[in-house]
Design a protein around this ligand. Structure first.
Ligand code: DC
Length: 227
């Protein structure tokens, strides 16, 4: 029997519009690897904050990056891959609002992006991968077979992310979440290096009023068309 063709699927879009939920489901369904590229920028931010790295100084950033090793390790219990920074599982820590408040600034630094993109491209060498982020279809894998650009109504995005963060931190307010998303959207789409853009050959998925199942079915239909 002919070996099934493996493709690269990229999912880009605004913060908190459900990219990772869809990407994880799609990867499970297709038996592909799932990589959350945002987790890499979050892990780098965690390192910078912990080690008091002044990221406005290019030399400090360059030096710090040399000490950071990021890996994705599959957790058979949760059946998902988790991000490790220098052998420490930081999957939970990097979801904190303290990281979310700084990550867009860190992700706008050219040398940080070069560091992350190099590794992301390496991870896609064998194909059979779903990667989500902001520049995956435009910069990391410009030749990907399927590029999805996700979007959703702002109020829905705020509500979804608020629910997620509230579970961990009941002191969080809706306004804090709303301000953080607005700030990140602005920085992510206005930065000089690889700003968030829809690739010209990406398909748009607005999930404002779609169930998870509907989104998955739509994405699987697009995958089939490209096989
Ligand atoms: O997807 P996320 O919210 O975990 O991403 C965290 C931040 O990292 C986000 O504000 C923008 C940045 N990011 C990026 O610049 N490029 C990517 N490919 C992924 C994330």
């Amino acid at each position: 029997m002919a070996k099934e063709k493996k493709i690269i699927i990229t999912i880009d879009g605004w913060s908190a519009c459900g990219k990772s939920t869809l990407a994880k489901q799609l990867a499970k369904e297709l038996n592909y690897k799932y990589i959350d590229s945002g987790a890499m920028y979050r892990a780098i931010t965690l390192y910078f904050l912990r080690n008091h790295i002044d990221w406005t100084k290019p030399a400090s950033v360059e030096k710090a990056l040399k000490s950071i090793v990021i890996e994705f390790v599959y957790n058979p219990k949760s059946k998902e891959s988790e991000v490790y920074m220098n052998s420490e599982n930081v999957e939970y820590l990097i979801r904190d609002l303290v990281i979310a408040e700084k990550v867009s600034d860190v992700a706008a630094i050219k040398s940080v992006r070069e560091f992350a993109v190099r590794q992301q491209q390496q991870m896609g060498k064998q194909k059979g991968i779903v990667m989500d982020g902001r520049d995956i279809g435009t910069v990391v894998f410009p030749k990907a077979e399927l590029k999805i650009f996700m979007t959703a109504d702002n109020a829905i995005r705020v509500e979804r992310r608020f629910k997620e963060l509230f579970e961990k931190n009941p002191n969080i307010t809706i306004d804090e979440v709303k301000n953080n998303l607005e700030m990140r959207d602005y920085i992510d789409s206005h930065r000089e290096v690889s700003p968030l853009r829809k690739a010209s050959d990406a398909v748009v998925l607005d999930n404002t009023s779609l169930s998870l199942e509907e989104q998955l079915n739509l994405a699987l239909k697009w995958v089939k068309e490209r096989m």
